[in-house]
Design a protein. Structure first.
Length: 451
């Protein structure tokens, strides 16, 4: 009997060893690792070019204050023409496309959401959007770019199983956000909470490995940095610091929900006009953005990175009306249909709202309220509390101070209050619209989960 048990043990050991050394397993691992390196290079390259374009447009608008009145509408019209002619699927943030692609089983349908053609268009047109003053970010585009790269690698590697292809998309999105903004934890959490909607044990290790490799590439090229600098905010909950949390969570959450509701409602109401007259709509929205920009002396153009960084680090300030006007700039830019994300612009608008709220509170709460306003508005827009507070913690380098608990509490509460003004999460609602398109329906699998 003991000999038979030994035989069974040896046989199992042999089978495990054979499986561990299988060609398919190691080829799949090498595919993920190669993709992670490629994603890191693409994300970092995109970050460098996009930030440079943002700086160039800011310089132009400082030298020629009325240039936006011509450049914004004409530039937006050019971008939409190029998008409709060559790069269908590259519009908007890019995150809804990736979420929809995760539910599509057929490669023929998925190519309308994530492909190298779309990735090229996303890269070029987002950079052009920055040059034209669009109130956009590069977070969503980076996620779609990265997912497209990983998806293409999966097709070249002939991995047609849906779970493997899904893992590639998740790993690509996570590695992209990690490499682009030096936020590895945010990349992992974003893939689990926002893209996937659940913890998938079978591919979690692959996602983490891909994020690490993409992060190494980012560190090697850009160094170790915090995107918005280091916050000096301090908030002691035991010493009366609880009420700024409640105020920021309520107002920021409600405003974030209002923004998402307006974006969803207006894109739906304008859908027929956008289909028949896309260039006219882009020109109108570009002109509205230009007028807002001229009235604010150019502060609302671009991602809002410089303004948010100055507020977070305490090295500068913005107009008291910066928050509401930045929110409006984000809205009209998105309605134009040009490619571009809303992460950084929403964080910047939130920081502006925080500064505005701080005027009604004691001075020693000033820096803390800016951070809380940032995470509250962002959470209200996205409605993914864990992702939001991890992103803000990493981007403001607040992971080692006493702001961790206030940021977490504000994010969770703001998400709850935002559902009063926006019943469905923004990205999930937009993803469902993609899944209803005729060219996508044929390959439809499961519906995106709602959070």
């Amino acid at each position: 009997m003991s000999s038979w048990k030994k035989f069974i043990q040896y046989r199992r050991l042999y089978q495990h060893s054979k499986q561990a050394l299988s060609f398919e397993l190691w080829f799949r691992r090498l595919l993920f690792w190669s993709g992670a390196i490629a994603v890191g290079l693409v994300a970092v390259g995109f970050a460098i070019v996009a930030e440079k374009a943002n700086e160039v447009s800011n310089d132009w608008f400082q030298q020629f204050p009325y240039l936006p009145l011509a450049l914004c509408p004409l530039g937006f019209m050019l971008i939409i023409w190029l998008k409709n002619k060559f790069f269908q699927g590259s519009e908007g943030s890019g995150i809804p496309q990736v979420m929809a692609a995760l539910s599509v089983k057929q490669a023929a349908s998925r190519k309308h959401l994530v492909s190298l053609r779309i990735a090229v268009g996303k890269f070029l047109l987002t950079v052009l959007g920055f040059l034209c003053g669009g109130s956009i970010g590069r977070e969503g585009p980076t996620i779609q770019l990265s997912a497209a790269v990983m998806n293409s690698l999966g097709r070249w590697g002939s991995f047609h199983r849906h779970d493997v292809e899904r893992g590639l998309l998740l790993a690509g999105g996570a590695a992209g956000i990690s490499a682009a903004f030096n936020t590895p934890l945010a990349g992992i959490v974003f893939a689990i909470e926002e893209l996937s909607g659940s913890f998938e044990k079978g591919i979690s290790g692959t996602i983490v490995t891909t994020v690490i490799l993409g992060g190494i590439i980012s560190h090697y090229i850009l160094g170790n940095y915090s995107y918005f600098g280091t916050s000096t905010a301090i908030l002691d909950i035991t010493a009366g610091g609880w009420y700024p949390i409640i105020i920021c969570a309520i107002l920021g959450g409600l405003l974030g929900g209002i923004f998402s509701t307006l974006l969803l409602s207006l894109t739906w109401l304008l859908r027929n006009f956008a289909r028949v007259h896309p260039l006219i709509l882009a020109g109108i929205m570009g002109l509205l953005l230009a007028i807002i920009g001229v009235l604010t002396h150019g502060s609302i153009f671009g991602s809002g990175y410089q303004e948010a960084k100055a507020l977070v680090t305490g090295t500068g300030s913005v107009s008291d009306y910066y928050g509401p006007l930045k929110m409006l700039a984000n809205l009209v830019t998105y309605l134009s249909g040009i490619p571009g994300g809303i992460f950084a612009p929403s964080l910047s608008a939130g920081a502006g709202f925080g500064q505005l709220l701080s005027l009604a509170l004691p001075d020693h709460f000033h820096q803390a309220v800016i951070i809380l306003g940032m995470v509250a508005f962002f959470s209200g827009v996205v409605q993914s509390p864990i992702t939001c507070f991890v992103i803000v913690l990493e981007m403001t380098n607040s992971v080692s101070g006493n702001m961790i608990l206030p940021i977490m509490l504000t994010s969770v509460m703001a998400t709850a209050f935002s559902r009063i003004t926006c019943r469905q999460p923004l990205y999930h609602s937009l993803a469902i619209r993609y899944l209803r398109k005729p060219e996508i329906k044929a390959g439809l699998g499961l519906k995106p989960s709602s959070s």
